[in-house]
Write a protein that binds this ligand. Structure first.
Ligand code: AMP
Ligand code: GLY
Length: 427
């Protein structure tokens, strides 16, 4: 198959590495890709928001399968473009249509969906500028902290957690009526704060059956001990040691199965990855968010643990016969440390030379914001390189990832030193 992968981050480097290793992959194109994906396929300068250009490229290059890395083109309906246009229908498309993509593209839709299908999630209400007073009254009925979520896509920044009521009231008004997150916050979901442990579960589904992918935990805050601003993710661990069989069984029975059944009941066809961001309160899982894609940097810890051929599984998902396949997962632990540009997730400089790659040993590197400049590698984004190590136990995976994180260098390099520390066995 000729495969076109969309995206340009560490997740796409991990996907490109895995896809290009499949005997089913003849040629891999990546749009737009980065210096990492260029090692496994051919980068193209396509704009992934331009459905016509992607379709044209796919036809010109005999592409058999399109894999969407990020959510944005899916929310904008790229999947429907491929599903409904006669000349594109033969191309397999991994990712939901715009209706399924609302699980991530609209928090209000996702919450109402969960309510309709009795999927455990925090109690909530949704408001617009017209109902801002009701929103303020609702805040008054709640206890802090207050969780305010922009309905639409806001580049991972749309969730605001306020400790004080006046801050929550001010933020609500700014989100709804002053366009704090633009159009994305014209509707805001206010929900109860859940206190517990976060974990992410992932499936690949054909809309009917599903395969559970490795669980992962990511570290979203920029600072150690989960302090400071939210980021795209500073590191990740897979599997999650506290995700024992009992918890995974609850996640499957209470969340995964009702979600698949809900999609079927609402006649939403869904082929692709589905990511469940969960909070485990005591021993019970609740959905914090759905994402319609793999996580980043979760993909960088999960994909190296997948022994199965991912292309074969994605093809089966698109063809609707996923139940005929088994998924094989390595029992090893994987840990990823994200090296970032100083200042991220705020302002940062780029274009700094990256050194030390040649000294890396026992780790796999997935490039995020990395650009090739003749024979040099330069930083080109906030998240720069994901350093992933695998080992028989978490301690060894952690030690190896950190040993390698230390030898790579660039001006302003910053990384959290406590990824996975909370999950180590205390003896
Ligand atoms: P999101 O942007 O949806 O991934 O949310 C960012 C982070 O906010 C999550 O990873 C959680 O740590 C936190 N969060 C979101 N919703 C809640 C909630 N209802 N209770 C507690 N924390 C939450
Ligand atoms: N790491 C969080 C995400 O991919 O949404």
């Amino acid at each position: 198959m000729n495969i076109l992968l969309l995206g340009a981050g560490g997740r796409e480097h991990a996907l490109a590495w895995k896809i290009s290793g499949s005997p089913l992959c003849r040629k891999l194109f990546v749009a737009p890709g980065n210096a990492g994906t260029a090692m496994h396929g051919e980068n193209t300068g396509l704009d992934i928001r331009d459905a016509e250009a992607i379709a044209g490229f796919a036809l010109d290059n005999d592409v058999d399968m399109v894999v969407a890395g990020p959510e944005e083109p899916l929310v904008k309906g790229l999947g429907d473009h491929f599903a409904t246009r006669e000349e594109l229908k033969h191309i397999l498309f991994v990712g939901p249509g715009a209706d399924g993509a609302r699980l991530e593209g609209s928090k209000a839709f996702a919450k109402a969906f969960m309510q309709r299908h009795h999927i455990p999630t925090a109690a909530y209400r949704a408001f617009t500028c017209d109902t801002v007073q009701e929103g303020l009254d609702f805040i008054n009925t709640m206890t802090p902290p207050y969780v305010l979520k922009a309905d639409g896509l806001a580049a991972g920044k749309g969730v605001v957690i306020c400790s004080h009521r006046d801050e929550a009231e001010r933020t609500l008004k700014e989100m709804l009526c002053d366009g704090l997150f633009g159009e994305a916050s014209s509707t805001v979901v206010i929900e109860a704060f859940l206190k517990g442990r976060e974990i992410s579960a992932f499936i690949l589904t054909d809309g009917n059956t599903y395969k559970i992918l490795p669980s992962a935990k990511d570290y979203k805050r920029v600072g150690e001990k989960d302090t400071g601003a939210n980021t795209g993710g500073m590191g990740a661990v897979s599997p999650v040691p506290f995700a024992d069989n009992q918890l995974m069984e609850k996640i499957e029975q209470r969340i995964i199965i009702p979600t698949i059944n809900g999609l079927k009941k609402e006649k939403i066809s869904y082929c692709g990855f589905l990511y469940f961001g969960l909070m485990v309160v005591d021993t019970d899982p609740y959905v914090i968010e759905y994402n319609i894609r793999m996580g980043d940097p979760e993909a960088e810890v999960m994909i190296p643990r997948m022994d199965s051929d991912l292309v074969e599984l994605m093809e089966a998902a698109c063809r609707g016969n996923l139940q005929e396949y088994e998924i094989r997962i390595s029992p090893q632990y994987a840990l990823t440390v994200m090296l970032t540009s100083g200042g991220y997730p705020g302002e940062y400089d780029k274009g700094f030379e990256i050194s030390g790659i040649g000294q890396v040993s026992g780790a796999r590197l997935f490039y995020a914001g990395v650009k090739q400049d003749n024979d040099r590698l330069l930083t080109n984004g906030g998240r720069v390189i994901a350093v992933t190590s695998l080992a028989g136990n978490l301690d060894d995976a952690r030690a190896s990832a950190y040993n390698n994180a230390r030898v790579i260098d660039f001006k302003g390099k910053y990384y959290r030193r406590d990824i996975g520390k909370d999950l180590l066995k205390r003896t």
